[in-house]
Design a protein around this ligand. Structure first.
Ligand code: TPP
Length: 274
């Protein structure tokens, strides 16, 4: 069934599907990727840059972005999106270039690529969808999995003795001077979806202003991988996940915002939260 392009209630338009978004998607019910796709479509339409935007796809459920966003796209091998985007943006500096990556792709196999692209201050944007798990391959533990979280490869829960603590990628990258914008948001409810939209827009503005690397990490859901209903997954995201991962803008150098990163002992900090 094709969803309506526009919905009205009481004479008002309450939903309009962005023209950049094709429909329907094949994501599982309750998956956050569809929400992030819509926000990307809205923002790129609003900024009027869709015609010169190039999406660098990755591997994982995130890969379907190139099916659902009517943008030019290039696919990269698992983890290598930041390296591919580096080449594309350097060769075509007038294009708006972004990578769309999951946490398995960006924070595991692709760690080196993202860290070095950020360190070099490459002038592209990364949309990093963190659902704390390898979604596409069946729900294995990722570097972002919370301590104690059961996954198919940590059936008794992530043991920090052997598997360490989750990687706070965006805080780590925000320390690098080449990183001009770094924020973490969530799709847990309409208010946070709105904040995610604002962060995605700001990240692209930073690129359009000609500055260095920009990244938005979006805390998201994987109900099937988490073994939950869509509604349970949304509750887990707003309770457990958002308690562990601080949201907000860590750095926006063009606006001279450099947030003090949480120190151990600070409530909701990246260490205490876990
Ligand atoms: C080189 C290589 N290694 C492993 C895989 C298998 N693989 C496909 S998707 C994936 C995990 C993706 O997880 P994530 O990036 O978190 O995305 P999600 O599916 O959760 O959106 C893996 C390991 C692969 N395709 N290529």
């Amino acid at each position: 069934m094709t969803a309506p392009v526009e919905l009205e209630a009481e004479g008002r338009t309450i939903y309009r599907r962005p023209s950049l978004l094709s429909n329907p998607t094949s994501y599982c019910p309750g998956c956050g990727h569809g929400i992030v796709h819509r926000l990307l479509a809205e923002v790129l339409e609003e900024l009027r840059v869709a015609g010169r935007t190039l999406l660098v796809g990755s591997v994982g459920c995130s890969v379907f972005a190139y099916d659902y966003l009517r943008l030019d796209a290039i696919e990269s091998p698992h983890g290598r999106a930041a390296a591919v985007a580096t080449g594309v943006k350097r060769y075509r500096p007038n294009n708006v270039v972004f990578t769309y990556q999951g946490d398995g792709d960006l924070a595991a196999i692709g760690t080196a690529e993202i860290v070095h692209a950020a360190a070099r201050g490459e002038r592209f944007t990364t949309i990093f969808v963190n659902n704390g798990i390898y979604g596409m391959t069946g729900g294995q533990m990722a570097p972002t999995t919370l301590p104690g979280q059961r996954t198919t490869s940590s059936p008794s829960g992530r043991d920090t003795e052997t598997a360490g603590y989750p990687l706070p990628v965006t805080e780590m990258l925000s320390l690098l001077p080449g990183v001009w914008y770094a924020a973490r948001t969530s799709v847990s409810d309409p208010v946070n979806v709105g904040k995610t939209r604002a962060a995605i827009k700001r990240a692209f503005e930073v690129q359009l202003e000609g500055h260095g690397f920009s990244i938005v990490e979006v805390l998201s859901t994987c109900p099937v991988g988490w073994g939950m209903t869509p509604s349970e997954a949304m509750h887990r995201l707003s309770d457990e996940v958002m308690r562990a991962y601080q949201t907000g803008t860590f750095v926006d150098r063009a606006r001279r915002i450099v947030q003090d990163l949480p120190k151990p002992g600070t409530p909701r900090s990246i260490t205490e939260g876990f």
